[in-house]
Design a binder for this molecule. Structure first.
Ligand SMILES: Nc1ncnc2c1ncn2[C@@H]1O[C@H](COP(=O)(O)OP(=O)(O)OP(=O)(O)O)[C@@H](O)[C@H]1O
Ligand SMILES: [Mg+2]
Length: 413
């Protein structure tokens, strides 16, 4: 096998002291400090980058319902670089054919696209992420009610800001920003929570018809900034609760292929819980994400003859099953078939002739990896066990049994 040294020839500029130490930042793009010609000389189009360019441009041209993308790679994996490539092509139409021509034909009459963004390195942004984005669009005052104190703009406010515009929005380095923002109190909340709400609202707004030419690209770090990454994860998870969205994770190194970027209708699942309430049986239903639920208790199709669910209901005695389904925005769950058991119900009767006695079974108990064995003789003893502790390590899974049985005064029949 040939060594790397023989296989690769470094570019001249690798040895250029002025350039080799420069890692470009999002601010360099937003403030037009990058010369696209020079930049593209050393750009390598990876599989993931190609997907991002293709899908990003489709969105900006109003040809795709896919408006949010997340780039996730390890540190130094090329996340910011991908943003710069997409941003430069959006800003400089004259490079589109040369760089993307092999895989995407952008409309030649299409001019520059507005690119705005927020880098989490701006930990001191006085007006929050929303203020910074609005200011770049020249309408800082749009969110004036959300600056003092800082509070999250709602979905409608975002929608009004972005409606009928064609804008590329980059959110880079958010995990360290959110991590840091946790320490900044706002009333009884903090800047991280407020920012997360603002971002969730932005993502929802981007899914609306009026924002069909808005494209948001978010980068996330693998592993570092646990708290911040988790918070960003929550924002995206929140976003997933919406019913018609998608954001494939694009791996710019091309190791993992990005999936086809189509709209995913979210799935609605129905959960149920039956319980005894006095002498009646009740059924509680829940749809995730939230949706309207219809049900029947006579075996008929709930889609045709279902009653609208508005809280736990009494199941009519003898009904063999409950059929239910949920629907929202045209997305339907499967019809859930919930069998109802009417077997003889258990009851407790007191037998006054028998003395109460406690009996314990000599079985193993496990608690947090420590396996507890019964006391020295393992015998039944009033007043409880005095267990020996034996750490048998992980992986041992003793069969656990119910350890106490009551016989006597109160007994099950
Ligand atoms: N496809 C590519 N073609 C040419 N250079 C690249 C490519 N991808 C990444 N690089 C270069 O690799 C370096 C690291 O990339 P970049 O700064 O984008 O990584 P990152 O994932 O944003 O890192 P961080 O986690 O530190 O923010 C940069 O100098 C960038 O120009
Ligand atoms: Mg980066």
């Amino acid at each position: 096998m040939k060594p790397l040294k023989q296989l690769c020839t470094p570019r001249d500029n690798v040895f250029d002291v002025q350039r080799r130490d420069t890692v470009l930042d999002l601010a360099d793009l937003l403030e037009d400090r990058i010369q696209p010609g020079l930049f593209f000389e050393t750009n390598f189009i990876t599989e993931g980058m190609r997907t991002l360019l293709e899908q990003g441009f489709r969105r900006l041209e109003g040809k795709s319902s896919q408006g949010v993308f997340k780039l996730k790679q390890a540190m130094g994996g090329g996340k910011t670089h991908n943003l710069l490539v997409l941003g430069l092509l959006a800003k400089h139409p004259e490079f589109r054919q040369q760089i993307m021509g092999r895989f995407y034909v952008a409309d030649p009459s299409w001019g520059p696209v507005t690119v705005i963004g927020f880098s989490g390195r701006e930990s001191d942004a006085p007006l929050g992420i929303w203020g910074s984005l609005a200011a770049q669009l020249g309408v800082r005052e749009h969110f004036r009610d959300c600056y003092a104190p800082l509070q999250a703009p709602g979905q409608k406010a975002w929608e009004n800001l972005l409606a009928d515009r064609t804008v590329l929005i980059f959110l880079d380095e958010l995990p360290p920003y959110l991590e840091n923002a946790r320490a900044k109190a706002i009333g009884d909340s903090n800047l991280a929570k407020v920012s997360a709400t603002a971002l969730s609202n932005l993502l929802v707004a981007v899914g609306k018809e009026a924002c069909s030419r808005i494209c948001v690209v978010i980068t996330d770090l693998e592993a570092a900034y646990q708290g911040g990454s988790q918070q960003l994860g929550e924002v995206l998870a929140d976003f997933e609760k919406e019913l018609r969205v998608s954001f494939p994770a694009v791996d710019s190194t091309g190791v993992h292929q990005a999936g086809a970027a189509l709209t995913w209708p979210n799935r609605i699942t129905l959960k149920h819980r039956g319980y005894q309430s006095g002498s009646a049986k009740r059924m509680e239903l829940r749809a995730a994400p939230e949706a309207a639920i219809w049900y029947t208790t006579d075996g008929s199709d709930p889609k045709l003859a279902g009653a609208a669910y508005d809280g736990p209901f009494i199941v009519p005695r003898g009904a063999p099953l409950v059929l239910a389904y949920a629907e929202r925005d045209g997305v339907q769950s499967a019809v859930e078939n919930i069998p109802v058991s009417w077997e003889k119900e258990e009851s407790v009767r007191v037998d006054a002739r028998r003395a109460a006695a406690w009996k314990r079974e000599a079985r193993l108990r496990q608690h947090k990896g420590v396996l507890r064995l019964p006391g020295p003789a393992g015998q039944a003893r009033r007043g409880g066990l005095r267990p020996d502790h034996h750490d048998l390590g992980r992986g041992q899974q003793p069969r656990l049994g119910r350890t106490e049985h009551v016989r006597g005064q109160a007994r099950r029949i």
